[in-house]
Design a protein. Structure first.
Length: 294
């Protein structure tokens, strides 16, 4: 049987449902999901395999209007991701207007031939903002999508419909990844992302977006245990007591929740040690951004 492949970029504004969509398709938490924006910072490959078909989904950072060096770096990551892509899925939340920034971003996709729009969060639509009205807006702005699909909490309906649509864009090719893989990311990467997810869930305001996680040690030498040492970097000294919390309560909660989630993913005991350090305004320092892997 001839094998087929399709590379699919999933793009949209922060918190538009990109990670939820990908995780539901591959049925594994490849990308971290949070109600807060800027959850995804890396272009992450998630791999769907069925019979002779392999679809590689690239979960990109949300496109940013707020400008600092980190935001610029994330926007560049989106642009580089689009090179060599066979299909773009553009996600837009049903409850947010299609503003000038969205229009400007979509215009950047004009040179990409294959595009599908997905209106997300349709389970919270109302009389003003709903799938029909948003679809009509996209047509009025002449976005030129091949099709426009809804996406709600009912993953199964979209999953079946979307995979059928994507297969039309697949081309004859050897598969690029092992048919048992669901991602190309390393265990160290998952550890970093799960810790960062817990920071997003346990710390308020803009502070999580000014933190970076570095895995200092990832020891798998023991058969039934993984030992992980991580450093959480904050951009300002004033953020230290907020991340740590009274008597270490917040940092302890971050560590406990991350450890439990990592144990579920890896299927073995995890010993996780987190420390917090200051890297002053690292998000505006190109060298530090590169050092932290963004």
């Amino acid at each position: 049987m001839e094998t087929k492949t399709c590379f699919v970029a999933v793009i949209g504004r922060p918190n538009s449902g990109k990670s939820s969509l990908i995780n539901s398709i591959v049925q594994f938490p490849v990308s971290i999901v949070s109600l807060k924006a800027q959850t995804t910072r890396d272009a992450i490959n998630a791999i769907y395999n069925k019979d002779n078909l392999q679809i590689v989904f690239v979960d990109t950072p949300g496109f940013h209007n707020k400008i600092n060096n980190l935001s610029n770096s994330l926007n560049l990551a989106i642009n580089s991701t689009l090179e060599g892509i066979d299909l773009v899925l553009f996600l837009h939340p049903v409850n947010e207007p299609i503003d000038e920034n969205t229009q400007a971003f979509v215009k950047k996709l004009s040179n990409i031939k294959n595009k599908i729009a997905i209106i997300t969060k349709t389970d919270i639509e109302d009389d003003e903002f709903n799938f029909e009205s948003q679809s009509q807006k996209m047509k009025e702005f002449e976005f030129e999508f091949d099709s426009i699909l809804p996406f709600s909490t009912n993953f199964d309906d979209l999953r079946t419909n979307l995979l059928t649509q994507i297969e039309k864009y697949a081309y004859p090719s050897n598969h690029f990844f092992n048919n048992l893989d669901v991602t190309d990311q390393s265990s160290r990467f998952f550890a970093k992302e799960i810790i960062r997810k817990q920071i997003l869930l346990n710390v308020d305001d803009e502070i999580p977006h000014q933190t970076a996680v570095v895995i200092d040690n990832f020891d798998e030498s023991e058969k039934n245990c993984i030992r992980i040492d991580a450093t959480i970097y904050v951009g300002r000294k004033s953020h230290l007591p907020i991340i740590i919390g009274k008597a270490g309560a917040v940092l302890g909660q971050i560590g406990t929740n991350a450890r439990k989630e990592l144990e579920e993913i890896f299927g073995k005991k995890v010993v996780l040690k987190n420390r917090v350090a200051v890297a002053k305004k690292w998000f505006n320092d190109p060298k530090m951004i590169k050092k932290f892997g963004y």
